[in-house]
Design a protein around this ligand. Structure first.
Ligand SMILES: [Zn+2]
Length: 829
């Protein structure tokens, strides 16, 4: 699974940690689910009732006792009506006694079954997902398991769809099962749907049968065992675009209008499958690989075996794709789960990182392979920031004590886990690393595993004891905070590197580190171990080095205060070469923009070979300083006109708005119709900066035709700033169409400002309703108070406006309406 709105959920998690309302969970050891009976096979006949949003199900579940004989079976079955429970005997069945409390179906078997003696249970039931009130998580926004989207066709412009979300334990809302990650089952799922629908499930489509009532029954067969949380059903009107990988179907299910661009979005998939199969030495194990885009999906994306479900942000139009495919990392992430998660599954939610750290790390792996080391390193660095900003230093990576299993889906399991893998890879070397992953996968395939199995694989391959690494990173928490000083002694011709660990936890980390000593472009590497609170490493030299580069591979998961000089950084930018070497130099230079040497670093970085750093350097320029502004103008203008990357070009055009010259104004106007939304959006921003009226006029003209991305965001902002009432419908549609994302969150403040300016009561109410609808979606992240505060400031502005207005009544109506909506916040989490 991939996180949805990371910034929000991290903030909420941090808030929760500081103010625990109930800490009794800290006493509960979350043991791995006991295995009394094991799933063997699940055969489901699912019929959807769109009128009631019910599923009428018949299921045949084959099981066997795990080891000890047993005469009873407990199945998870959440919020269902159970109509019949039988033991299957040949072609008939005989009823069994059962107890059902709405959560667990306790069945008394017809006899005591011995270990390995299989039996089949038949159950008839009705699943009622909309009536089940399970709790969601930060990573998923609900836990209904089965979702009917616009089932009765009441919402205009929204297709009717059905899809499922199993992780963590939602599958048992739609099919009785043992809903634990340490269970595995083959399955056969039949879905009866309106004939115009296409269906998708795990494995291969075995049969399709037309029924006399205008429906069709599709039967999907999954011949390899996988965990119940990976069971999937999806149905709706989709265009299916097909590729292949070694004769296996690779397909993309998208809404019709995205059919022509489906390959631009998902088309790297076969190449990704080939790359991951090769690097892991484990061929893609499943019968096919499909990806489907669902409306109103409650997570970012989910790795259901052979049937990954993506949220609608995946569907980008041709112009959005000019700026690059924003969903490529997610596509890689879900695919990699087909080895780490689907083939070998975390045995418990405590060990979730053996799924998620790999999926997270796979994004670095793919970007590095496809676009070069700089792009991979950028991904790694950004993900490390995600962890560092999450304020989760106290959480162990593998956690046996947690409040809710859903809380495991956080920046520790994902981002920190991913960085730890990258450090491990650096420590043991690429060939040992991938050999160990191969051993872990082949030893544990079609089974569940925990972090120790990973350790054993690494110990087997490398011949090294790895307990220190696992104890420090997997079964403990925090990260090192390092202060690094360099002392040169030209008389003794020695340089000392003093490394202090300044974390307040009292913990001292053991870190293998490379220290590179540079004379000119030539470097000598010293591999050392940091093991104490303070360590000093001394190296002799004949000529004083221009740079001593601590953490030469820029691999540490750490916060570093690296006390280098500007001259060191000049040398580092030119000679050390890694993404982070250059980025650190840009960071240091950006804080010293009065110094010509620093400005020179920034100027060179505008020509950096990697567009990510060119863009980054642009954003660091302090154009309020006249010297910098003058010095950089030609470079910025050059990028604005010629850079091959639209996002970099757009950023430069955005900066040119600081120079009011006719020549640039022409460029802005011309760029409004650029194929890249980013370029056009920045052009509009700059045009508005130098000529407000022209920017507003252009926005009013362009808002009539649909846009997305930076262009749409800028148009909306320009119109919102102007308070233009005539644009309300377009702005409201834009806000409404944004999926749950950071982009939507950042629109909240401008939307509130806009509502404060609008005078028409009907529009104000509609806008408030939209914000409230969003508030309900993000309430569980603890975000409701923030939104309520925004609405309160709208009320305050309306109160002020009312005093000067002639029509006081309509202002009062707006105020009363907003106040009532603020008070409607649901209580509790
Ligand atoms: Zn994931």
């Amino acid at each position: 699974m991939i996180l949805l709105v990371t910034g929000v959920c991290y903030a909420a998690v941090a808030q929760e940690e500081s103010e625990p309302s109930d800490t009794s969970w800290k006493e509960i050891y979350r043991e791995t689910a006991p295995r009394i009976n094991d799933l063997v096979h699940t055969k489901l006949d699912a019929r959807f009732d769109f009128t009631k949003s019910y599923l009428n199900g018949k299921v045949w579940i084959t099981l066997k006792p795990h080891f000890y004989p047993t005469d009873s079976l407990a199945l998870d079955a959440k919020g269902m009506t159970i109509k019949k429970v039988e033991i299957v005997k040949g072609s008939s069945g005989s009823p069994l006694k059962f107890d059902y409390d709405g959560m667990t179906l306790n069945i008394k078997l017809n006899k005591t079954y011995k270990g390995a003696e299989s039996y089949t249970i038949y159950i008839e039931y009705v699943a009622k997902p909309d009536e089940y009130t399970g709790k969601g998580s930060a990573a998923i926004t609900d836990a209904k398991g089965l979702y009917f989207i616009n089932p009765r066709g009441e919402e205009k412009d929204k297709p009717t769809q059905v899809w499922t979300q199993g992780e963590t334990e939602g599958t048992s809302v739609w099919v009785p099962t043992i809903d634990r990650p340490n269970q595995k089952s083959t399955d056969e799922i039949s879905m009866t749907v309106p004939e115009k629908f296409v269906t998708l499930s795990n494995g291969k489509l075995a049969t399709q049968k037309k029924n006399s009532d205008g429906t069709r029954t599709d039967t999907w067969k999954m011949e390899l065992p996988h965990a119940p949380y990976l069971f999937f059903m999806g149905a709706g009107e989709f265009t299916v675009v097909k590729d292949t990988y070694k004769g296996k179907e690779v397909s993309y299910y998208v809404e019709k209008e995205y059919g022509p661009v489906a390959r631009k979005i998902f088309g790297h998939t076969p190449e990704m499958i080939a790359f991951y199969s090769k690097v892991l030495g484990v061929e893609y194990p499943w019968a096919k690989y499909s990806q489907i885009v669902g409306r109103d999906f409650v997570s970012g994306a989910m790795e259901n075996t052979t049937a990954t479900l993506h949220q609608e942000s995946a569907q980008q139009n041709a112009r959005e794709l000019v700026d690059g495919n924003s969903w490529e990392g997610t596509i890689a992430h879900e695919l990699f789960h087909h080895w780490f998660g689907d083939l070998v599954t975390s045995e418990s939610w405590s060990n979730l990182t053996v799924n998620e750290s790999f999926a997270n790390f796979s994004q670095v792996l793919w970007f590095e392979h496809k676009y070069g080391k700089d792009r991979g390193d950028e991904e790694n660095y950004n993900d490390m920031q995600g962890y560092l900003q999450s304020m989760s230093e106290k959480k162990d990576l593998v956690r046996f004590y947690y409040d809710d299993k859903e809380a495991m889906f956080d920046a520790v399991s994902y981002n920190k886990g991913g960085r730890i893998l990258n450090m491990l890879r650096n420590y043991v070397g690429d060939s040992a690393f991938f050999r160990a992953l191969n051993l872990y996968l082949t030893t544990n395939k079609f089974k569940a595993a925990e972090a120790h199995q990973l350790r054993l694989a690494f110990e087997e391959v490398t011949g090294k004891d790895m307990n220190w690494f696992w104890n420090q990173w997997y079964f403990s928490n925090g990260h090192p905070k390092l202060s690094i000083d360099y002392v040169y002694d030209d008389n003794a011709k020695k340089v000392s590197v003093i490394v202090k660990q300044t974390q307040t936890s009292g913990k001292v980390f053991k870190l293998p580190v490379a220290i590179d000593v540079y004379n000119g472009a030539k470097k000598v590497r010293h591999s050392v171990w940091v093991t104490n609170a303070v360590d000093t490493f001394t190296f002799s030299y004949t000529t004083r080095p221009e740079l001593v580069n601590f953490d030469g591979d820029k691999i540490l998961l750490a916060e570093k205060k690296d006390n280098k000089t500007l001259d060191n950084y000049v040398h580092q930018y030119k000679n050390a070469g890694l993404y982070l070497d250059r980025r650190e130099a840009i960071d240091f230079a950006s804080k010293n923009q009065d110094n010509p040497k620093a400005v020179a670093i920034l100027k060179s970085s505008l020509k950096d070979k990697f567009f990510g750093l060119r863009t980054y350097a642009l954003t660091k320029l302090d154009l309020k300083k006249e010297t910098v502004k003058t010095e950089m103008e030609s470079s910025i203008a050059d990028i604005a006109k010629n850079d091959p990357k639209p996002t970099t070009r757009g950023t430069a055009i955005g900066l040119l708005g600081n120079y009011d010259k006719p020549e640039y104004r022409t460029l802005f106007s011309k760029s409004l119709t650029d194929s890249s939304y980013t370029v056009a959006g920045y052009a509009l921003e700059s045009l508005t900066k130098v000529d407000k009226e022209a920017g507003l006029a252009a926005s009013k003209k362009m808002i009539a035709s649909p846009a997305k991305g930076k262009l749409m965001g800028t148009m909306a902002n320009v119109l919102i700033q102007s308070g233009d009432e005539g644009s309300f419908d377009a702005i409201s549609k834009y806000f409404g169409d944004l999926p749950l994302s950071m982009a939507k969150i950042s629109m909240l403040q401008p939307m509130s400002d806009y509502l404060a300016k609008l005078s028409e009561t009907g529009k104000v109410k509609r806008g408030v309703d939209q914000i409230i609808e969003f508030r309900e979606q993000v309430e569980k992240y603890g975000y409701a108070p923030v939104i309520n505060n925004m609405l309160k400031s709208v009320v305050a502005k309306k109160e002020t406006a009312k005093t000067a207005a002639t029509d006081k009544a309509s202002f009062q109506e707006q105020i009363d309406y907003i106040k009532a909506k603020i008070d409607s916040t649901k209580k509790g989490f």
